[in-house]
Structure formats: structure tokens, C-alpha cells
Design a protein around this ligand. Structure first.
Ligand code: PMP
Ligand code: GLN
Length: 388
């Protein structure tokens, strides 16, 4: 038999699936894969159920339901003052498809794209599948600051785009305006595009504000901005994503989407359109609730002695486990705590591709019920601080 696609054959199963399976096997509290353990707003569930019952349950328009495209454009105007129109919006099956479609829309074989490590697990395989060349720039703990000289050096005459994730998974980093201005200057100088994975746009803490790169001067025509209803409405299984693209690029993204999935469930699109029109209190409440959970888990891990890094947004805190006295690497640590404490986390090395990643950090998801977070900390305490 001829072999299947060599790259995919060599690719491991995603760390999120691996760790969730390990958590299930050991009946562990799963703080690995990032999903809330309660569903999102009741009115969205009601609307999705109503739309499912009333139909139509047939193919929605390929680029998305008109009301959802209008709602995304209105959302972008409302929150960021972006002059977006519905024609600039493409609705996808989650941000995962949006990322793939944007990469397909921009990259030809041989094009270079700048990626920032630690990076979300679908980025590199998709870039490589398209025959494009990744140029990796690395952020390091504990502060995950943008190394400006290295970033500038990664850009060159063949650079087509950068893929930027802010608020960032797994670091919890929020790119600052100064960092975004530096990126914008490079994009203008090299005539390159930005794909901005902003799925955690509404999960930002401490009174900070998420700044879409697209809002910076000159960036609206070179930026494709990605959001996810999974994150914004705490229904990660819905897989409704959206891209806001420059008017000239939206039809190209739509052509990628027509070949990938063509459309996503119409009832869910209807419910998400309702959600995006929610009042400011909803969005503030989401961030406030998750900030409380961040503090709860980060405080608990710090009390155990772990070196918990700052988190300004996303579902995740990262922590250095060396103070617990664990001598192995992060993969060993995450397996160890799953098996012995019955708490699961994700090793941060899974988000690095290059040599010598930092090996002593674990990522913990805090998008869980308070009692679950408390029990996770109590279990870790029984393992690492017995007698206290
Ligand atoms: N990008 C990042 C940074 C993510 O963390 C995730 C999922 N948590 C996604 C994309 C995928 O989002 P979706 O579930 O909407 O496909
Ligand atoms: N984005 C989620 C995380 O970082 C996982 C998504 C997935 O499992 N595909 O945990």
C-alpha cells in the first residue's frame, strides 16, 4: 500500500485530546483542555433550540447567516470602533476553521509566515500543509515579553503574514499597544498581512483592554481578525467562529471556507447572532467571573508553593512546578499529577516546536466551577503538602 500523507502520519494526536483521555482514565479533575464545565447563557440555548425546532435546518448561506454576519460587524463597531460591514465577515466552524481558512486565503507555497512561540497547536501543521515556511519567534517565561530584535529579524522579503494570538494561549499574555505598534510598523514596512486569533477577546482581566491589531492606523486593510462564540459564550462545543477581513480578502477567505466546510449549523448561528447583541453587562460579567476563577486557582497554586505567572486574559494560568520539588520535565509532571493527585494540566512544551523549550511549566485551565478548582487545589495539596 502507498503510505498516507507523511506529515499527518507523523503528527501526534493533539495534547488536549491526549490529556483529556488521561484525565478520564484516572478519574482526574481535568484542568487540561480549556472548556468551561457549565454551559453559557440560557437565552442562547433557548434560541438555538427554538431555531432547531422551527428550522429551516438546511444549508445556510455559505459565508454565514445574514443576521450573524451583521451581528459580527455590529460587534466590531461597538467594541472597537472598526468600520466593519457584513460583507467583510465570514462565519466558520469555530476559530479552528477560521485560522485554516485565513492561512489558505493568504499563503502560497514558499511564502514565509511569522509565528510566535508558544503557539496554539493547529498553527504549524496548517502552515506546513500549505507548503509555507514558518519563521518562529520565541517568547520566554516569566514575562513573555516580545523580543523586538528577533521579531524584526524574522521578517524578510518573502514574509507574507504574521499569525498573532492575543489574549494569548497558553501564556495569558495580552499584547500591549506598544508591542502592537511595533508589529504594525513591521507589517507596513514589509507589506505583510496579519491573521489575529482573538478568541479570548472578551476574557481580559484587571481592567486591561484588548486591543485588536486591526484598529491600529493602516492595519484594517491588512488584518484578518478571528473570534469564537465558543469562548465568548462559554459553549466550546458549538464551533461557531467568525472572521472580519478587509473587503478585498473576505471573498478569498470565503472560498477557503467553501472547500473546508461550506457552512456551520444554522440554529447555532442564529443563537450567536443574539449573543453578540447582548448588553455590556454580559461581556463585563464574563470577564469578571473568569477573573475571580483565575484568582482562585492562581492563589491556590501559589499557596502550594508553585511559581504562578501573571495572566491578563484567556482561560489559563501557567506555573513553574520546580518549587514543589518535582525533578522531571513538564510532560512527566502533568502525567504524574494526573496519576497521583488526580488533577490534569497541560505541559507548556506542547506549545513549542523549536529546540530547548522551557520545560518546567504546566498550564492549568481555570474556566471551571469554584468547587472544582478548590478540590483540584486540595488534591494537589494532599500530594505535595501532606500533613498541612
Ligand atoms: N485559538 C486559540 C488560541 C484557542 O485557544 C482555541 C481553542 N481554545 C482556538 C483557537 C479554537 O477555537 P474554536 O473552538 O472556536 O475552534
Ligand atoms: N483551545 C483549547 C485549549 O487550549 C482546546 C481546544 C481543543 O481541544 N481543540 O485547551
Amino acid at each position: 500500500m502507498k503510505p498516507a500523507n507523511a506529515r499527518l502520519a507523523a503528527l501526534g494526536t493533539t495534547i488536549f485530546t491526549v490529556m483529556s483521555a488521561l484525565a478520564a482514565e484516572h478519574d482526574a479533575i481535568n484542568l487540561g483542555q480549556g472548556f468551561p464545565d457549565t454551559d453559557g447563557p440560557e437565552d442562547l440555548l433557548d434560541e438555538a433550540a427554538r431555531a432547531l425546532r422551527e428550522g429551516p435546518n438546511q444549508y445556510p448561506p455559505m459565508p454565514g447567516l445574514p443576521e450573524l454576519r451583521a451581528a459580527v460587524a455590529a460587534h466590531d463597531r461597538r467594541f472597537y470602533d472598526l468600520p466593519a460591514t457584513p460583507a467583510q465577515v465570514v462565519v466558520t466552524c469555530g476559530a479552528t476553521e477560521a485560522i485554516a481558512a485565513c492561512l489558505m486565503a493568504l499563503l502560497d507555497p514558499g511564502d514565509e509566515i511569522v509565528l510566535i512561540e508558544p503557539l496554539y497547536d493547529t498553527y504549524l501543521p496548517m502552515v506546513r500543509a500549505l507548503g509555507a515556511i514558518p519563521r518562529l519567534v520565541r517568547l520566554d517565561p516569566p514575562d513573555w515579553a516580545l523580543p523586538r530584535a528577533a521579531l524584526a529579524a524574522a521578517f524578510g522579503p518573502r514574509t507574507k503574514a504574521i499569525l498573532l494570538n492575543s489574549p494569548m494561549n497558553p501564556t495569558g499574555k495580552l499584547f500591549t499597544r506598544a508591542e502592537l505598534e511595533f508589529v504594525a510598523e513591521l507589517l507596513a514596512r514589509h507589506d505583510a498581512y496579519a491573521i489575529c486569533d482573538e478568541v479570548y477577546e472578551h476574557i481580559v482581566f484587571d481592567g486591561l483592554r484588548h486591543i485588536p491589531l486591526m484598529t491600529l492606523p493602516g492595519m484594517a486593510e491588512r488584518t484578518l481578525r478571528i473570534g469564537s462564540a465558543g469562548k465568548t459564550f462559554s459553549m466550546t462545543g458549538w464551533k461557531v467562529g467568525y472572521v472580519t477581513a478587509p473587503a478585498a480578502l473576505a471573498p478569498i477567505v470565503a472560498k477557503a471556507h467553501q472547500n473546508l466546510t461550506f457552512a456551520t449549523a444554522p440554529n447555532l448561528q442564529r443563537a450567536v447572532a443574539l449573543g453578540l447583541a447582548k448588553d455590556a453587562a454580559y461581556f463585563a460579567g464574563l470577564a469578571a467571573a473568569l477573573q475571580g476563577k483565575r484568582d482562585r486557582l492562581a492563589g491556590g497554586l501559589a499557596a502550594l508553593g508553585m511559581d504562578v505567572l501573571a495572566c491578563h486574559g484567556s482561560y489559563f494560568v501557567t506555573a513553574d512546578f520546580r518549587p514543589l520539588g518535582f525533578a522531571g520535565d513538564d510532560v512527566a509532571f502533568c502525567r504524574h499529577i494526573t496519576e497521583t493527585a488526580r488533577v490534569t494540566a497541560v505541559p507548556v512544551t506542547a506549545f513549542y516546536d523549536g529546540a530547548d523549550p522551557p520545560r518546567t511549566y504546566a498550564r492549568f485551565a481555570f474556566c471551571k466551577q469554584d468547587a472544582v478548582l478548590d478540590e483540584a487545589v486540595a488534591r494537589l495539596a494532599r500530594r505535595f503538602k501532606p500533613g498541612q
